[in-house]
Design a protein around this ligand. Structure first.
Ligand SMILES: Cc1cc2nc3c(=O)[nH]c(=O)nc-3n(C[C@H](O)[C@H](O)[C@H](O)COP(=O)(O)O)c2cc1C
Length: 196
């Protein structure tokens, strides 16, 4: 095992990012605690036609935790400090607002709050367009509190030809933030995994 990561999927568009992270991290033998918000399940069905049953079946090694399970170990700082990090992908503007303002309504918000207070690395992969002033102010708040704020916007300098390359670029950048080595995208001036 490489270590533990909390992965949260909320009800923003782009649940593919969370799904791909799940595939990649489990293939790398990370121990994953997965929390999906109720809206996250709606968008998983809408965008990927994936149900909770499908996900449980595909990833039997993953520890699924209900967003309502506020007494879960990961709701406690004493347990979360043992994790490599928390990734919320995609992160809705609603979840961003709750974490930015400390108004916990579910386990994802609580994990966000605990990660910030314990200085556990936390990445919010945001998806909304355009951003309102409220969104921007909330981003600033969480960034000042120590979170990494990342837009779900891929680069194009590697000349992607397929959608999978765009997704892997964003997922690769998320892994970079957690300092996890990967080969999901070609780095600037890198050829075949070798720096030039
Ligand atoms: C198909 C669909 C797409 C959505 N896309 C977004 C989005 O990109 N960004 C966002 O902030 N909210 C989006 N929403 C709205 C959120 O799901 C809604 O604000 C919800 O309350 C978020 O709750 P959660 O953060 O607990 O998952 C979308 C909803 C649906 C049904």
């Amino acid at each position: 095992m490489h270590g533990k990561i909390v992965l949260c999927i909320t009800g923003a568009s782009g649940v593919l990012y969370g799904y791909r992270l799940l595939q990649v991290l489990t293939s790398m033998s990370f121990e994953i605690d997965l929390v999906v918000s109720s809206s996250g399940w709606v968008v998983l069905k809408q965008e990927l036609d994936i149900t909770k049953g499908d996900l449980l079946k595909e990833f039997p090694q993953v520890n699924f935790i209900s967003e309502k399970d506020i007494s879960s170990p990961i709701a406690s700082g004493s347990r979360l400090v043992r994790y490599k990090g928390v990734v919320i992908a995609p992160c809705s503007m609603s979840t961003l607002a709750h974490i930015a303002n400390g108004t916990n309504q579910n386990l994802i918000h609580r994990v966000g709050e605990v990660a910030l207070k314990e200085r556990v690395p936390i990445l919010l992969l945001l998806r909304e367009a355009p951003y309102s002033l409220v969104h921007l102010e909330n981003m600033l708040k969480v960034a000042r509190a120590g979170a990494v704020v990342m837009p779900a916007s891929p680069g194009f300098y590697h000349k992607p030809k397929e959608m999978q390359e765009l997704i892997d670029f964003v997922v690769g950048k998320a892994l970079d933030c957690l300092r996890i080595e990967h080969g999901l995208y070609k780095r600037w001036k890198e050829s075949d995994g070798v720096d030039t």
